[in-house]
Design a protein around this ligand. Structure first.
Ligand code: F3S
Length: 395
């Protein structure tokens, strides 16, 4: 693998310990994937923040890197295990919170912005078409590749941090134009809202593992729907990119081979819904996976229409959107109705076992998928209208 003089220096430790470790990680990755060289990146999004996932060993490793590690490019942080300000509302123990704060401080010491959101593109980390970036967090990766047309592979937390510290990533996979071309045509029925897109993503993810779908028959799609579709594809199928004919920036890329074709029917979406429903009483109603935009929060409030919730109800979002909700009086109104607006976190990566939640209802296929497979919760996927009714229902 070709390395520039500066990259060689990093690898030899002439530019410090952290850069050496980071370059070792990137060179190892490059060798595995036969990358011919490193390329510069414009930004990184780093996962591996929640103490629940990172653990003591992860924190120790980070502290070691942070001794002399400083980021070279705009770098933002994935959510943590708690809302760093309103953690008292979550029912999580103080010991967890103090270690969680230490983890975030360690990233901040390295120059990473503590955005603590899986939607960095809403809060200032929004690359341009064709930019190379190194992002971890599967829902953000697929969004940035598909909707923005910037280029990243599916990085893990350590490799994204390594790119942050060196400003480089190995040139392979989705950084190469021909690897981004669609490989399967997916004809879709009429889709109403983000819930339908989540079901579509869940269904197609399972069918198209290792492929790149080109969706056909979509007349218009909004940002919330794109977010839901991508998050679901990335969960059930580990996909990192999709295209929509006429709507996403790279849908005209020429397929390498003749494309396969799938026709999605209404009953496929119903099947996906049934698979993500355990038919169990709901402890927690949750929206904001990926983190909610202001418009989703307002939509939930309007559907609630002044009614008090009777169940634990969380809306998860980024700190900056939560602050906007404070300014607009939305947070106060929702809190008066019993809804908790939480920033920096979500129920999938929070220590949900401490909160006493055994079942969750959400409009997100990703939220349902990980709550079931990672946290062993019972799940229910439902439209936002139905979630509102679930939240106000008497026990
Ligand atoms: Fe974000 Fe948590 Fe969903 S990190 S994408 S809200 S699982």
């Amino acid at each position: 693998m070709y390395l520039t003089k500066e990259e060689e220096k990093m690898l030899n430790g002439e530019m410090g310990y952290a850069k050496q470790i980071a370059m070792e990680i990137l060179v190892a990755l490059g060798k595995i994937y036969n990358a011919e060289k490193m390329i510069p990146v414009k930004s990184t999004q780093i996962s591996g923040v929640s103490y629940k996932n990172l653990g003591e060993a992860g924190l120790e490793w980070l502290e070691e890197i942070a001794r002399d590690g400083r980021v070279e490019v705009l770098s933002t942080l994935n959510p943590a295990g708690v809302d760093l300000e309103d953690w008292g509302k979550m029912g999580v123990d103080e010991e967890f919170v103090s270690t969680q704060k230490k983890i975030v401080e360690t990233y901040v010491k390295m120059g990473v912005q503590p955005t603590l959101t899986c939607t960095p593109y809403y809060v200032g980390n929004k690359p341009q078409l064709g930019d190379n970036v190194a992002w971890s967090e599967s829902s953000a990766i697929i969004y940035v590749n598909s909707v923005i047309g910037a280029r990243t592979n599916r990085e893990g937390g350590p490799s994204a941090l390594a790119s942050a510290l060196t400003g480089r990533t190995p040139y392979y996979g989705l950084h190469v134009t021909e690897n981004r071309a669609p490989s399967i045509e997916v004809h879709v029925p009429e889709l109403r809202d983000e819930y339908d897109y989540a079901l579509l993503g869940y269904f197609i993810g399972k069918m198209c593992r290792g492929k790149i779908p080109l969706f056909k028959g979509v007349k218009s799609v909004d940002n919330v729907e794109l977010k839901a579709l991508g998050a679901a594809l990335a969960s059930s199928g580990d996909l990192a990119i999709f295209h929509i004919e006429g709507l996403t920036p790279e849908y005209t890329l020429k397929p390498i081979e003749k494309m396969e074709r799938i026709e999605v029917e209404e009953r496929d979406l119903r099947e996906a819904r049934d698979e993500l429903n355990d038919d169990s009483p709901v402890d927690l109603v949750f929206i904001g996976c990926p983190h909610a935009s202001l418009e989703e929060i307002i939509m939930f409030m309007e559907k609630l229409n002044g009614r008090q919730v009777r169940k634990e109800t969380w809306i998860c979002t980024s700190r900056s959107i939560k602050n906007l909700c404070v300014e607009l009086g939305v947070k106060k109104k929702l809190e008066e109705l019993g809804v908790k607006i939480l920033a920096d976190t979500c129920p999938v990566i929070a220590p949900i076992e401490q909160v006493g939640v055994r079942s969750i209802a959400t409009n997100s296929a990703k939220g349902a998928w990980y709550s079931r497979n990672l946290n062993k919760l019972k799940v229910k996927i439902a439209r936002m209208d139905e979630l509102v009714e679930e939240a106000v229902k008497e026990y």
